[in-house]
Ligand binder design. Structure first.
Ligand SMILES: C[S@@+](CC[C@H](N)C(=O)[O-])C[C@H]1O[C@@H](n2cnc3c(N)ncnc32)[C@H](O)[C@@H]1O
Length: 216
């Protein structure tokens, strides 16, 4: 097998520095729950996981991993407070099937072997509502192409958004792939998240898009 590619961090995110207690927990918990993508990609194909992309405060990631202990859940986030919440939650709930990666999801998808994921969740990605910012949206043609490549046959992509125009745009992008079979557009086991509740307070509706990767 080729040596794993090193990921170059291509973003800077401003966050408040950690307090001492957060630093201590990070150090202790990262050793248990943190994975370096360069190492994980080697093992990913042997043990296909469900990747939660941009899990934020980890509510859905923790609930889904707890409800489905026989499967491995890996969350990828760039937001350290969220990463720490996921790890603290995993320890509190005694979850042994959850790991986190600190990275840009696009970089992780780029180095994962083809057919190495059992599923991918993209719940409430940043909506970038202004038209001139739509190009910053995570779910674009390149991202969907990368997801299709890394998903194994039978694997499910589940996206949710409370921005109708984003849902329509994403449905067009997913619909362009003959390898994706559309499934019922329902929440199917997806727990509520903070961002979803915020959308409801603004009067938004949630839209779920689900697809199964066909053979081929
Ligand atoms: C609007 S929040 C939604 C969080 C969570 N999924 C939820 O439903 O509450 C979007 C999250 O995606 C993360 N994010 C944005 N772009 C990302 C990327 N390229 N790779 C990994 N995470 C990303 C952000 O840091 C943020 O926490």
């Amino acid at each position: 097998m080729n040596a794993p590619q090193r990921l170059v961090r291509s973003y800077v995110r401003r966050e408040r520095p950690f307090k001492e207690s957060q630093k201590a927990d990070w150090g202790r918990l990262w050793a248990v729950y943190g994975v370096e993508p360069e190492g994980w990609v080697q093992a990913a194909a042997a043990q296909p996981a469900i990747l939660d992309i941009g899990f934020g405060d980890a509510e859905a990631l923790l609930a889904m991993a707890a409800a489905d202990p026989s499967r491995r859940y890996v969350g990828v986030e760039m937001y350290r407070t969220g990463l720490l919440k996921a790890m603290r939650g995993a320890e509190r709930e005694g979850l042994s099937n959850l790991r986190v990666i600190e990275a840009d999801a696009k970089d992780v998808l780029a180095v994962l072997p083809a057919g190495s994921l059992a599923g991918a969740h993209v719940f409430f990605p940043d909506p970038w509502p202004k038209t001139r910012h739509h190009k910053r949206r995570l779910v674009n043609a390149a991202f969907v192409g990368a997801l299709v490549r890394v998903l194994r046959p039978g694997g499910i992509i589940h996206m949710a958004t409370d921005w109708e125009d984003y849902a329509v745009e994403a449905a067009d992008l997913f619909g362009a792939f003959a390898l994706l079979e559309p499934l019922a557009q329902d929440r199917k086991g997806r727990p509520e998240t903070r961002f979803e509740r915020r959308g409801w307070r603004l009067g938004h509706e949630s839209f779920d898009l689900r697809y199964r990767r066909r053979e081929g």
